[in-house]
Design a protein around this ligand. Structure first.
Ligand code: ADP
Ligand code: MG
Length: 144
């Protein structure tokens, strides 16, 4: 699926729609340059899961867990990860293979441990189409 958005609100709403549909064990991988809208998408996604707490990028921790939604939600931002071994220390397997929903900003940095069933979301800019334009590609082997 490819969705083009022209405002943060539209990106938020796409995240929200996918968050509403998310199922236990889903792993969402987000990639795209700094400032492209991964966290905006994530905030919508969390809202779609019924999370009311504010969701920001976990700056000092790699993962932030939210329990107040329809399903447990694990928001990873692995931008500052040194090596994949840090994911073991965090106990990522319980997140990826449990009954909650995981979403990973900068997932490309931990490619080797991503489940094959993960849903890939890639966000791109195209300045020729305007400063607020984003192309959002959602790829899944499962029906989304
Ligand atoms: P990332 O998490 O990818 O580093 P953020 O979500 O934190 O990026 O920031 C995205 C920035 O881009 C925000 O300031 C947001 O307002 C802006 N923006 C402009 N247009 C869009 C759009 N179409 N979708 C998402 N964000 C947008
Ligand atoms: Mg971010």
């Amino acid at each position: 699926m490819i969705k083009e958005t022209y405002s943060p609100q539209e990106t938020y709403e796409l995240g929200e729609a996918l968050g509403r549909q998310a199922r236990p064990g889903d792993v969402y991988c987000l990639d795209g340059d700094l400032g492209v809208g991964k966290t905006v998408f994530t905030q919508g996604f969390a809202a779609g899961l019924g999370i009311e707490e504010p969701v920001n990028s976990p700056t000092f921790t790699i993962v932030q867990q939210y329990e107040d939604g329809r399903l447990p939600f694990y928001h990873f931002d692995v931008y500052r990860i040194g090596d994949v071994g840090e994911m073991d220390e965090i106990g990522y397997e319980e997140c990826f293979y449990g009954q909650g929903v995981s979403l990973i900003e900068w997932a490309g940095l931990i490619r080797e441990i991503l489940p094959e069933t993960a849903i890939q979301v890639t966000i791109e800019k195209d300045l020729e189409k305007g400063f607020d334009y984003r192309k959002i590609i959602v790829e899944s082997d499962l029906p989304v």
